[in-house]
Design a protein around this ligand. Structure first.
Ligand code: ARG
Length: 461
C-alpha cells in the first residue's frame, strides 16, 4: 500500500490513477537543491522556537547534508511512489536521520509555502543565468557593430527602402531592445525578492517561527507581508514567463532579418557553415536554421506565457492544486532560451556582411528623397511644397529609369525653381548620414557615441 503525507483520516492509499495524475517529480525534481536549503533554514527556526533540541537539530542538519550530497551525486532520486519533490525529500531525510528526527521537520510548514518559495529561489537563479546568456547575444551584436562602424545600408520601413542608415545603427537598435530584456530580469527580481516560507498552508504559523530569518537564510531581502498572497500568488511566475517571451520575441525579430538577409535576393550576409544546415536532397542548400528555430521558438514561449496566465485566470484564493501547473511552462521557457541563446550568439558573432553590397544598395529605391525635401526646408521652402517637389524628382526618375543623382541641372530646374545644383550635397549616402546628427540619429559621430554608451550599459548590466 502507498504511503502518503495525510494518512490519519484516510482509510487507504490513493488510487493508482490519482497517483499518476498527481505526480510532479518528473518536473519539480529540479527544485531539490532549493527544497533542501529551505529545510535547513526551517530546521533552524524550529530550533530557535524551542521545538527542536540541539542534538535533534544536529541530527537533522547532518541528515540534510547527506541527503544533499546523495541528490547531487544522483544516488538519491524520486521513487515511483513519491508524489512530488517535497515528499521524495522527506522520505530521503527519514531514511537517513530516522522517522523521529525526520518526522519533526514538517511542523509549521506546508508544501504550499514551500513550493512558492522554492519556485522563486529557482527563478531568481535562472534570471541571472538567462540575463548572462542574453548579454552574450548583445556582445556578439556589439562586436559586429564595432567592426562595421561607418558601413551604410538601406534602412527600411514596411520592408521598403526608406532612408540610408549605418549598419551599426541598425544592429544597435537590437542591442537596446535586448538590454531592456536584461534589465527586465533584474527588475523582476526586485519584486520576487520576498520569501513566502512561514505562510504555512495559507494562514501563517502558530509555532513562533520567524519568517524573516528564513527569508534571510534563503537569500531573500524580506518575507511576504501576507500569508495568503504568499501561497496563492503566481504573478512572479507569469511575469518571469513574460520576460522570457519578450526576450524570445526580440530575438525573433533579429532572426527574421537574418533569414531575409541570407537570401540570394538580399545577399546582405553569409552565415558561417558551423551555424548553417544543409539539405538532405538539394546539395547546394545552406539554410539559416538557427534563425528559423529562434523565430519558431518565440511562438512556443508566447504559448508558455499564455498557458500560465490562463491557468491563473479567476483562480480563487488561496492555494489550489491548479497551481501545480505553474511550473512546466516556465521551465520550458527557461530550457528553450537556454539552448537557443548560445546558438544565436554564435550565429551572430560569426556572420559575414557583404559590406559592398550593403553600401551600394543604401541609396537605391530613391531613399535620398527625404534628404531633398529637408534640403529644401533648409532653403526656406515650406515642407508641404518640399515634399511635392521631392516626389516630383522621384516620379521623373522612375519614368526615365534613372536615380536621383542622375538628374541634370535642367531636369532639376524643370521640376521646381527651388531646386538648384546645391541640392547635390545631400544626394549622397555619406551626406545624408552625416546630416542626421541629432541625438539618436544615424550620423557616424552619433553612432560612435551610441556604441560607447551601449558597451557601457552592457558592462553595467
Ligand atoms: N506539488 C504541489 C505544487 O507544485 C505542491 C503541493 C501542494 N499540494 C497540496 N495538496 N497542498 O503546487
Amino acid at each position: 500500500e502507498k504511503v502518503s503525507l495525510w494518512g490519519g483520516r484516510f482509510s487507504g492509499g490513493p488510487a493508482d490513477a490519482l497517483a499518476a495524475l498527481s505526480k510532479s517529480t518528473h518536473f519539480d525534481w529540479r527544485l531539490a537543491r532549493q527544497d533542501i536549503a529551505g529545510s535547513r533554514a526551517h530546521a533552524q527556526v524550529l530550533a530557535a522556537a524551542g521545538l527542536l533540541d540541539e542534538p535533534t537539530l544536529h541530527a537533522m542538519l547532518t541528515g540534510l547534508d547527506e541527503l544533499e550530497s546523495d541528490v547531487l551525486a544522483g544516488t538519491f532520486t524520486p521513487a515511483e511512489d513519491d508524489e512530488d519533490v517535497h515528499t521524495a525529500l522527506e522520505r530521503g531525510l527519514i531514511e537517513r536521520a530516522g522517522a523521529d528526527v525526520g518526522g519533526r521537520l514538517r511542523a509549521g510548514r506546508s508544501r504550499n509555502d514551500q513550493i512558492a518559495t522554492l519556485f522563486r529561489m529557482y527563478l531568481r537563479e535562472q534570471a541571472r543565468h538567462l540575463a548572462g546568456r542574453v548579454l552574450d547575444v548583445v556582445d556578439a551584436l556589439l562586436a559586429q557593430a564595432e567592426r562595421h562602424h561607418g558601413v551604410a545600408m538601406p534602412g527600411r520601413t514596411h520592408l521598403q527602402h526608406a532612408q540610408p542608415v549605418l549598419l551599426s545603427h541598425h544592429l544597435l537598435a537590437h542591442v537596446w531592445a535586448l538590454l531592456r530584456d536584461v534589465d527586465r530580469f533584474g527588475d523582476w527580481d526586485r519584486r520576487a525578492d520576498a520569501s513566502p516560507y512561514g505562510s504555512g498552508a495559507l494562514a501563517g504559523s502558530s509555532l513562533g517561527l520567524d519568517p524573516e530569518k528564513v527569508a534571510a537564510e534563503l537569500g531573500f531581502a524580506r518575507s511576504v507581508e501576507n500569508s495568503i498572497d504568499g501561497t496563492a500568488a503566481r504573478d512572479f511566475a507569469a511575469e518571469f514567463a513574460f520576460v522570457c517571451a519578450m526576450t524570445a520575441v526580440d530575438i525573433s525579430r533579429i532572426a527574421e532579418e537574418v533569414v531575409l538577409w541570407a537570401t540570394k535576393e538580399f545577399g546582405f550576409i553569409r552565415l558561417e557553415d558551423a551555424y548553417s544546415t544543409g539539405s538532405s536532397i538539394m546539395p547546394q542548400k545552406k539554410n539559416p536554421d538557427v534563425a528559423e528555430l529562434a523565430r519558431g521558438k518565440a511562438g512556443r514561449l508566447v504559448g508558455d506565457l499564455a498557458g500560465l496566465l490562463t491557468t491563473l485566470k479567476a483562480l480563487p484564493l488561496a492555494y489550489n492544486r491548479d497551481l501545480q501547473e505553474d511550473k512546466e511552462p516556465v521551465f520550458d521557457a527557461i530550457d528553450t532560451l537556454d539552448v537557443l541563446l548560445p546558438a544565436f550568439a554564435g550565429m551572430v558573432a560569426t556572420m559575414q556582411f557583404d559590406t559592398e553590397r550593403l553600401e551600394s544598395l543604401a541609396p537605391q529605391g530613391f531613399s535620398l528623397a527625404t534628404d531633398i525635401a529637408e534640403w529644401l526646408v533648409r532653403q526656406g521652402v515650406p515642407f508641404r511644397i518640399a515634399h511635392e517637389v521631392a516626389g516630383g524628382c522621384v516620379r521623373t526618375c522612375e519614368e526615365r529609369g534613372i536615380e536621383l543623382w542622375d538628374l541634370s541641372d535642367n531636369d532639376l530646374a524643370a521640376i521646381s525653381p527651388h531646386l538648384t545644383s546645391g541640392v547635390r550635397e545631400v544626394l549622397s549616402v555619406q551626406g545624408s548620414l552625416a546630416s542626421r546628427d541629432a541625438k539618436g540619429g544615424t550620423a557616424p559621430v552619433r553612432v560612435a557615441e551610441q556604441l560607447t554608451a551601449a558597451r557601457g550599459a552592457a558592462l553595467r548590466a
